[in-house]
Design a protein around this ligand. Structure first.
Ligand code: GAL
Length: 405
């Protein structure tokens, strides 16, 4: 039952986000409904474009022009850049009342603080090293066997293609290219190598044979994609799995939100499984919301209510059920969550203990934007350039990162 207490004065929040797919919109609706039940009004400022690159560009232009939204989506180290600009509302009062320090894993809490003060509210944990497999195709062409290594993966691709299906469903956009490449790289080099290459940006690791092999696998994967791939939005690639046109998509578990919105059931309609070579690791990103300084007391009240709701147990359950992610609060019961979410949570806890929990560079958790932008460019240029060899791509990626630092 939502809170029926109405504030002394109703305020308004304008929220900048990029959650425009079916599953994303369904999850955001939970928040809009809860804000309305608290008596505040919501102005939606949606900036379409998966991965949020466009949204972040629009946010910067709004803030520079002195017209920030009340709140905006954000993720990862970029929060520190916003903190430095001294434009963010301090949320310590709400954090103290909600006992966020006791609630949140320390490493996640710290990402959302600037100089020790909360300036952003985390809402979930997305796992990115997932394959989303159409179950009927898997049963028909692969005897129901989920590939656990790369030879088995490409054999599955061959079987699906021979049977007339699209083997691999993809959207040719830079962030999607980077997302898929990240998981192939993790599954090729392993977590210790990933840590050195993409977190420490160690040039020897970046120029290694593992990176070249990852690029070779990435290019091989392209041969299993369909002609409609260039520019396709991620959720339309997910739709090809849902509709039984394609066998596999590699994507973060926001893709699960599309299966959920379509009424599909894991284990029956589709299978979620770790990308080959990544079963014991977990690439993650955490979506969050920043609140911008505001002059109106009523609107500040509305921002405080928004922050409180985002980490409330009720929202954490209802939102993540629809978003495909797991709650960022470990104390939320997963009883109503499906088998993929339960696997994600148990793998998240194991990866935290085993130090195989890897921040995603393709989703803003591991690098500053100018560095991840250089990675996006190097990966996408290789993907689109049929002349460039995997060795050349390895060299170009390492030098692109070195010059972006
Ligand atoms: C990610 C974001 C997800 C989802 C996805 C596709 O960066 O964390 O919540 O929006 O992009 O747009």
């Amino acid at each position: 039952m939502a809170a029926l207490s109405f504030p002394v004065h109703a305020g308004e929040v304008e929220v900048l986000h990029y959650w425009t797919s079916g599953g994303e919109a369904a999850s955001l609706k939970v928040l809009q409904k809860m804000m309305s039940e608290e008596g505040h009004s919501w102005t939606d400022f949606a900036v379409a474009g998966g991965g949020g690159e466009t949204a972040m560009t629009v946010l910067k232009s709004r803030v520079i022009s002195g017209n920030p939204p009340s709140s905006s989506m954000i993720a990862g180290p970029e929060i520190q850049n916003w903190g430095e600009l001294d434009v963010l509302a301090n949320m310590d009062e709400v954090a103290k009342a909600g006992k966020w320090n006791a609630l949140l894993p320390e490493n996640i809490a710290d990402i959302h603080k600037y100089e020790g003060h909360y300036v952003a509210v985390p809402v979930n944990v997305h796992r990115i090293n997932w394959m989303w497999i159409n179950k009927a195709i898997l049963d028909e062409v692969n005897g129901g066997k989920v590939p656990t290594d790369w030879d088995g993966f490409f054999a599955f691709m061959d079987n699906a293609t021979k049977a007339g299906y699209i083997g691999f469903s993809h959207g040719g956009q830079d962030w999607q290219d980077a997302t898929v490449f990240e998981q192939i790289a993790l599954g090729t080099g392993g977590t210790q190598w990933y840590q050195k290459a993409f977190i420490e940006l160690d040039q020897d690791a970046l120029k290694s044979d593992e990176m070249t092999q990852a690029f070779e696998r990435f290019k091989k994967l392209k041969s299993y994609m369909d002609s409609g791939m260039p520019g396709r939005d991620w959720n339309l690639a997910t739709a090809q799995i849902i509709e039984g046109k394609a066998a596999v998509q590699i994507m973060g578990d926001w893709a699960k939100g599309e299966f959920t919105a379509a009424g599909k059931v894991p284990g029956e309609d589709y299978v979620c499984a770790a990308v080959p070579g990544t079963t014991d690791s977990f690439t993650f990103n955490v979506d969050a919301f920043m609140m911008f300084n505001n002059q109106s007391k009523d609107n500040i009240d509305a921002q405080k209510t928004l922050a409180k709701l985002l980490l409330s147990k009720d929202f954490q359950e209802e939102f993540n059920l629809r978003k495909g992610s797991i709650p960022v609060r470990p104390d939320v019961s997963l009883e109503r969550f499906d088998s993929c979410a339960k696997l994600s949570m148990s793998d998240f806890k194991a990866a935290s203990i085993n130090k195989t929990l890897m921040p995603s560079f393709s989703h803003a958790m591991a690098m500053q934007p100018e560095v991840s932008g250089a990675v996006y460019d190097a990966v996408t240029n290789f993907f689109n350039n049929n002349e460039q060899t995997a060795e050349q791509a390895t060299e170009k990626l390492a030098s692109a990162i070195a010059s972006a630092l």
